[in-house]
Design a protein. Structure first.
Length: 504
């Protein structure tokens, strides 16, 4: 066992009750860990230095102060530092990263955001999103998912539809939106954000919190279905409201094809990874190719789905592909853990880009004078969402505390709102559709922006704080013991089969 995990697993109270020798060991342990953290920070700075030096050597002035590369690197580094600072007070790092992105966009004396193109911002966000979905897929528990499949769909559909309906009604009367625009706003806001929810749940899962009842698996699986439903609803209402040149029936057909296409892609390549690269055992060669195939397969699924205009299929494809592949890789738990750790390193690199660029989507200039009514609409909708999510999780053998946590985990909004919130306004401005349509589209954007501000940081913090308080703390050795038990059972079965064949 590694020194760090040993230190983490022994509480301070136990050290106090033990003798002086154990206290000395504890001090030594934490002293070594402190030294390791310093050396890690120095290593990261050296990596950054070599990266900047290499880029300057290759690209010259294209990486200097006013370049896009410099702006992205600066944003990423500051966001990473902010994440570390926020984590010192036991809050998720993404909160610090979101705040840095928001400041980077809105402070007038920081001129670098204008150098970042929409193309690279969306590409980096999507790339980081792929990695967190792969991490989530690898961490899904097949047995728990099988037992919770009905609740997955209840949790995916019920809160999303109820919140969309509530926003539609309240925004029609409070924001004076036409019904079609009000329903569009409902679907823009009703989507949960896997980019915010999944890291918090994976952190709880790594700490063996709530895993016995499969709560991280339930919420992660339901989140991807929820997003497809919300994006499909938005696309249909966008077409109806703006007559965007697309046939309504084609839009409806795409809404069906997206989850089917994502599932097909994920299952096909997930099973393919069972037999590739053809090695007889889980060797270092297999590890290398499995990580490369998984990452590139995820990127291909995400970006091809966008190119083919079936964007909802991408997240589903990534999640399912990693999950299906892990079903075979779990035969060697060390191999699977090595893959998860490698993917985790990639996530550490891309995480600051994802959350800082989401934070940068929030522009103070996009907040209108009807701020109060928009906040009221969101508060009413969130109240209905929480209650609906609690009822949706009933029947899953969860106690009241666990139902409350599931409802709270279903709050954060960010990725979908940042992606689709500006689309109506962009379309109206591009096609010169007039001041009235521009005002309606601006209200859609205002709602999307406020939903991110109100739910992403608070939701992430609540997941981190309430998870350990409301969920069960399960034995860290449970998984290893179960895997060992399965291996012993399989060996016993093979021996009995051999004995029967000999007797025959």
């Amino acid at each position: 066992m590694e020194l760090e995990s040993m230190c983490d697993e022994v509480p301070d109270e136990i050290h106090k009750d033990l003798g002086s020798s154990h206290r000395s060991e504890s001090k030594f342990c934490h002293m070594v860990l402190g030294k390791r953290k310093v050396m890690l920070a120095v290593s990261q700075l050296l990596v950054l230095f070599f990266l900047c030096a290499s880029l300057y050597g290759i690209l010259g002035s294209d990486v200097l102060l006013r370049s896009e590369i410099f702006a992205l690197l600066l944003l990423s580094v500051i966001a990473h530092i902010a994440g570390k600072v926020v984590s010192l007070i036991k809050l998720p790092p993404l909160i610090g990263m979101l705040i840095i992105g928001f400041l980077f966009r809105n402070l007038p004396f920081i001129p670098f955001y204008k150098n970042i193109s929409i193309r690279w911002a969306t590409t980096l966000r999507a790339s980081a999103f792929v990695i967190i979905l792969l991490k989530a897929g690898l961490g899904l528990d097949a047995e728990k998912l099988k037992s919770l499949k009905l609740i997955v769909f209840q949790l995916a559909f019920s809160p999303c539809i109820v919140e969309a309906m509530v926003i539609s009604i309240t925004s029609h009367f409070l924001l004076n939106l036409p019904w079609t625009w009000a329903i569009m706003l409902g679907f823009v806001i009703s989507a949960v954000s896997p980019a915010v929810v999944v890291p918090g749940l994976l952190n709880l899962q790594d700490r063996s919190i709530g895993i016995k009842k499969g709560i991280p698996t339930l919420v992660i699986a339901a989140a991807s279905v929820d997003d497809i439903l919300a994006i499909t609803g938005f696309t249909i209402m966008f077409s109806v409201s703006l007559s965007a040149g697309s046939n309504l029936w084609i839009t409806l057909l795409k809404g069906i094809l997206e989850p089917v296409g994502g599932l097909t892609y994920g299952i096909l390549f997930g099973v393919t990874f069972w037999i590739l690269p053809g090695s007889q055992s889980f060797s270092s060669t297999s590890l290398f190719y499995h990580v490369i195939l998984l990452c590139l397969g995820g990127f291909a699924g995400m970006f091809l789905s966008k190119r083919l205009e079936i964007a909802g299929a991408g997240p589903m494809a990534c999640l399912v592909m990693a999950f299906v592949a892990s079903l075979h890789w779990k035969k060697d738990i060390q191999h699977l853990e090595s893959i998860e750790k490698t993917i985790g390193v990639v996530w550490i690199i891309l995480q600051p880009f994802l959350f800082s660029l989401i934070g940068a989507e929030v522009s103070v200039q996009n907040l209108q004078s009807n701020l109060g009514n928009t906040i009221l609409v969101l508060l009413i909708a969130l109240a209905f969402r929480i209650v609906t999510a609690m009822f949706a999780s009933f029947g899953g053998d969860f106690n009241l505390k666990e139902n409350i946590f599931i409802a709270v985990a279903w709050l954060p909004k960010a990725t979908v709102q940042a992606a689709v919130g500006p689309q109506a306004l962009d379309y109206v401005l591009t096609n010169n559709m007039g001041k009235e349509m521009e005002d309606l589209a601006q209200k859609i954007l205002t709602g999307a922006v406020l939903s991110i501000i109100m739910t992403a940081p608070i939701g992430a913090a609540l997941i981190a704080i309430l998870g350990p308080l409301l969920l069960s703390h399960d034995n860290k050795t449970d998984k290893k013991e179960l895997n060992q038990l399965e291996e012993n059972v399989n060996k016993d079965e093979s021996r009995s089969d051999f004995d029967v064949s000999n007797q025959a």
